[in-house]
Design a protein around this ligand. Structure first.
Ligand SMILES: [Zn+2]
Length: 95
């Protein structure tokens, strides 16, 4: 399966096989986008340019990006949640 990723450093879309965390070009963290591979490849040239503009904008990027859901179930993510809950209890009702 191909997934659509965006690299903020290279400012380009990467179509990559699987859920990749780092850019194949610059090795910096990638943002995975909600759009499916099939949707993206059906875009016209102009639509791709517009889409790239959206990705380059921090606010729009936030709306169209996704977090690969499997990592909610990974060990480090669960540990992170536990740490957050502890932090909340320590602050006493401030969360
Ligand atoms: Zn890159």
């Amino acid at each position: 399966m191909m997934y659509v990723h965006f690299c903020k450093i290279c400012k380009r879309i990467h179509l990559l096989n699987g859920h990749k965390m780092t850019c194949p070009k610059c090795s910096q963290p990638l943002t995975e986008l909600q759009i499916s591979y099939l949707e993206y490849i059906s875009f016209s040239h102009a639509e791709r340019n517009r889409f790239l503009d959206m990705c380059s904008d921090q606010n729009s990027l936030h709306k169209i990006s996704t977090t690969y859901r499997m990592y909610k179930y990974s060990k480090w993510y669960r540990n992170l949640q536990i740490i957050n809950e502890d932090a909340c209890q320590n602050k006493q009702n401030t969360c």
